[in-house]
Ligand binder design. Structure first.
Ligand code: HEM
Length: 220
């Protein structure tokens, strides 16, 4: 599935509205190789193809928790996050990841003891709006693919249950709205000169996650 068909692809070339999706198109293009590499990661590939084992799924979620929990904390603390228009309080996902781990049998103490990605991998969004939005683009964009992956867990978890896939499935309430709002913010911010920062932030988060997932096998 290509996300370009959902927004950019819906606007014909030459149409005045086309420019409104340029920043997102640039972000998508510049991170496409890293995105594709994540698809090929053995754990994500097994998940997407519907044959991941329970221990491997648990190990993947534990590893993702070690990245997303501290990333979310950093994003929420950054200065740009204080703009109410970004609705950051509705963009919390790490809690669902923790609930998944509890669903799969981990005790709170065991979750607290899981390895956590260091600052070098998390690309501190600090106070630069472009960099912050680039990080947020990757974090929020991953929920689009997450919903596809959640459905691929039916063979493992059973159809119709949310246990063990709350993070991937998303909140099922307002994520479409949140994504559209973010896409508008990306274009507005790019028009103010923040696109290079966004691209840097998005690439840094993909690179950090790739590096962090390199350690998955060692933990599994
Ligand atoms: C096997 C793993 C993955 C699959 C199968 C997958 C699949 C997808 C799909 C189908 C979309 C488009 C959804 C739509 O337009 O409705 C998408 C978008 C996206 N995904 Fe993934 N994804 C995966 C992993 C990830 C990861 C780990 C990240 C980053 C943490 C990520 C970041 C993104 C981003 C940023 C977008 C938005 C692209 C755009 O601007 O349109 N994905 N993914």
């Amino acid at each position: 599935m290509d996300a370009a068909t959902t927004i950019t692809g819906a606007v014909p070339p030459g149409h005045p509205g086309r420019a409104q999706a340029d920043a997102r198109a640039a972000l998508r293009a510049t991170t496409a190789a890293a995105h594709a590499r994540l698809h090929r990661h053995p754990a994500f590939a097994a998940l997407a193809e519907g044959w991941i084992s329970l221990p491997a799924h648990q190990a993947l979620l534990a590893r993702l928790h070690g990245f997303h929990a501290p990333l979310e904390t950093r994003l929420l603390a950054a200065n740009p996050a204080q703009d109410p228009a970004l609705r950051m309080s509705e963009r919390r996902h790490a809690g669902r990841l923790r609930m998944d781990l509890v669903d799969l049998g981990l005790a709170d103490a065991a979750i607290d003891a899981l390895p956590v990605a260091g600052e070098g991998l998390l690309s501190a969004p600090a106070d630069d709006m472009g960099h912050f939005l680039g990080c947020l683009y990757v974090r929020e964009g991953s929920t689009l693919g997450g919903r596809v992956l959640a459905r691929a867990l039916d063979p493992l978890l059973g159809a119709g249950t949310e246990r063990g896939r709350r993070f991937l499935a998303g909140n099922g309430v307002n994520e479409g709205d949140l994504w559209r709002d973010l896409c508008v913010a990306l274009e507005e911010s790019a028009a103010m000169g923040h696109l290079p920062g966004m691209v840097a932030g998005a690439r840094a988060i993909f690179a950090g996650l790739e590096a962090w997932l390199d350690g998955l096998d060692a933990d599994a």
